[in-house]
Design a protein around this ligand. Sequence first.
Ligand code: SF4
Length: 405
Amino acid sequence: MKGDPVPTSVAIVKGRNGKDLNEVRKMMGKLFDLIGPAEKIIPRGCRVLIKPNLTAEEKLWEKGILTGPIFMQALVEEVQKAGPAEVIIAEATAVGLNTKKAFAANGYEEVARATGARLLDLYDGEFEEIKTPEGGLLKSVRVSREVLRADFFINAPVPKTHFASTLTAAMKNLKGTTTYDEKKRFHYLGLNKAFTELNAVLKPHLNVLDGLIAMEGDGPIAGTPVGLNALMAGTDTVAVDTIAARVMGIDPAEVLSLCLAQGMGLGVWDEKEIKVLGNPIQEVRRPFVRACAPLEMDVEKVRFLNGQACNACPNGLRIALGRLQAAGISLEKLPKMEISVGPEARLSGSADCIQIPIGNCQKQYKHLPNYVPGCPPPAFLMGDEIREIMGIPRRFGPKKNFIME
Ligand code: SF4
């Protein structure tokens, strides 16, 4: 297939040791042979921008949380074969975090020195407002001007299971091209629909997935690393996520963003129309544990009311409680409380307990002081609400900063 790009093809290359730069270079070379090669698909002399997933300030790439530096070095070197004027590695990390710290902690400064690529914190630049599909949630979205003006934009996420979106791979990674406020708004309005709408107006020229170390379980940051030792690539973001789901043993029909993309006519989701190049799915497939363990509230004083919630709010709450415990906060010290999720949950109204309605499905309780908005609310926002109730300082600032009404 060398030199014969198929618009809806997704290439997969399986290796053995994703921590060996020389092996990853060879894998990347094979991957680009299947989809390109680089000299053919990337115009000479152009400005290439690569957007990894760097959503932590600590060194966490070996845990499968972030796009790794070995992958990134091999990708930049492959792109440089096309003779670009410049290669930029750019990110606008998660709310409350610092992109430069994420670069520094995860070996990106060394990658920049070794390759001559430039690191760019997108928050230092301008953002442009672009219209999203009519009748949708967002109406418009502010996206980095650097991304919009790149001659060739490569989306380079790490595939993971995710408590709110089943999986996170190419489609969701585009959220990291927006402002802090947009990221909050996505969670506030409805995360999956919001980032799917972003995908309708922002289309990378190429998606290259770092499946060297992926993540299963409580993703995006509390799961277990999976040494998948695989790379995947394709031009169609929806097709890439569809194949990534299959590789992870997830039926694409379980992934809300892929269902929404289908409804919106975005990309190629029909597997019959996607040609898999390189290693067949069955050679790489490794079923991932989902982020959907049951929420067990074994704290006597807490009543958990679930009224037909989807998985995301209970999952987020479970992750939030786990993070509090990991921070040394004993849940035994929680006051008497009721936590409600889902459209059918009804609080007792009892005056002798604190009530925490969680998620937009509980909007009828938005007048209550401990209401946590979002669909789903970010786990850190749920955690901060519980911290505040326990008299512990919030980690991510006042709740009013996250309420977009
Ligand atoms: S607010 Fe409702 S629909 Fe949204 S994530 Fe929570 S339970 Fe699901």
